[in-house]
Design a protein around this ligand. Structure first.
Ligand code: ADP
Ligand code: MG
Length: 327
């Protein structure tokens, strides 16, 4: 696009007049100038969402805007960081006003919800793709990392698992047999709620976490690999929503075990901490109205075993669940 079109577009849709005190210069110059607080570490993350790959082509612009921020907010949450600044690299196939307005309004609203300021970006023409880079703050040494799990630590997850994966499977079913299933699962797919505030507070009791974006087995696997240990999780304790539990009546040809264990896009947190923190963890979650479920333990094996009610390991037909240490 021409320089003036680009300039007008940026000014119209991406120059919001919000002003955090730690932003000396936002959108408009060659760089943003930012003032991190002393004593804090910066947590920096970037994610790209490509149309047709990370979201269906039919996804609404307001949902794309929301999710592009939510996935990065979830990465900050996984470290226990407080979100502060965003940059946005947008590749657009067109300059359609309706699309841009809807995207911009939703993007701005979501930024405001989390107190984040958009401080810069880049705008280009091409197949639709949205890259959001977020920076947050965390007290030095307090970030939750993947490499701090220890044998005997307990494993917890927030919220429900599998709903987003189910949402993706039923997205294109024309006659939805059940409104509750549709709304729960498609909402989880398009509007996942990153656990931003809970995550910051939970750093008091937890130093190991990951957000579940690629599925529990894969993401817990990253913790096990980074921490050089194994784990057992109990299949029957995995938190499935009411909608998820009801769904097999209507959609009986889907692999629910796989969705629960390996379904992506839930953006819940998986937390690992010593047993002595359990009470504090549960009371924090309860005080914030967040469902928290104990799902297993870290052990000295080199694998992730999923255990059924009779104590037997379940043979998984999902990949990436064993031998984290010898790859
Ligand atoms: P440059 O060519 O110097 O990189 P650009 O023309 O790309 O400048 O951008 C001009 C200003 O607008 C910069 O401050 C840049 O950060 C900002 N900007 C460009 N695109 C976006 C966007 N999609 N969202 C927010 N800010 C943007
Ligand atoms: Mg540029």
């Amino acid at each position: 696009m021409t320089a003036t079109t680009e300039f007008n577009l940026i000014n119209k849709y991406f120059n919001y007049d919000d002003a955090r005190e730690d932003v000396a210069l936002g959108v408009g110059d060659d760089c943003a100038l930012l003032m991190p607080s002393p004593g804090k570490q910066l947590a920096v993350t970037v994610d790209t969402l490509v149309a047709g790959v990370h979201f269906p082509e039919t996804t609404l612009p307001e949902d794309i805007a929301y999710k592009s921020l939510a996935v990065s907010l979830s990465d900050l949450a996984a470290m226990g960081a407080e979100p502060a600044w965003a940059t946005l690299a947008l590749t657009l196939p067109h300059g359609r006003k309706g699309w841009l307005q809807a995207f911009s309004t939703s993007f701005k609203e979501t930024l405001q919800t989390y107190g984040v300021q958009l401080v810069g970006g880049d705008t280009t023409q091409g197949p639709l793709s949205v890259t959001v880079q977020l920076t947050g703050f965390v007290d030095a040494g307090k970030a939750m990392r993947r490499d701090t799990a220890k044998p005997k630590d307990k494993i917890y997850v927030t919220g429900h698992l599998g709903d987003a994966a189910l949402g993706l499977k039923i997205l294109n079913v024309r006659d939805q047999p059940d409104a509750m299933i549709k709304s729960t699962c498609i909402k989880k797919l398009n509007r996942p709620v990153p656990r931003v505030e809970f995550a910051q507070r939970v750093t008091a009791y937890c130093s190991c976490a990951i957000d579940i974006s690629d599925g529990l087995v894969a993401d817990l696997g990253h913790i096990l690999k980074a921490s050089a240990c194994g784990a057992r999780i109990y299949y029957d304790q995995l938190p499935a929503s009411k909608a998820f539990r009801k769904a097999p009546v209507y959609f009986n040809n889907l692999d629910y075990e796989e969705m629960l264990l390996a379904g992506g896009d839930d953006y819940e947190l998986c937390l690992v901490t010593a047993e002595e923190n359990e009470m504090a963890l549960f009371s924090l979650a309860e005080s914030m109205g967040i469902l928290l479920t104990h799902i297993g333990e870290i052990d000295t094996s080199a694998e992730l075993n999923v255990i059924n009610t009779s104590g037997e390991p379940i043979k998984l037909n999902v990949s990436g669940y064993e031998h984290f240490t010898d790859e």
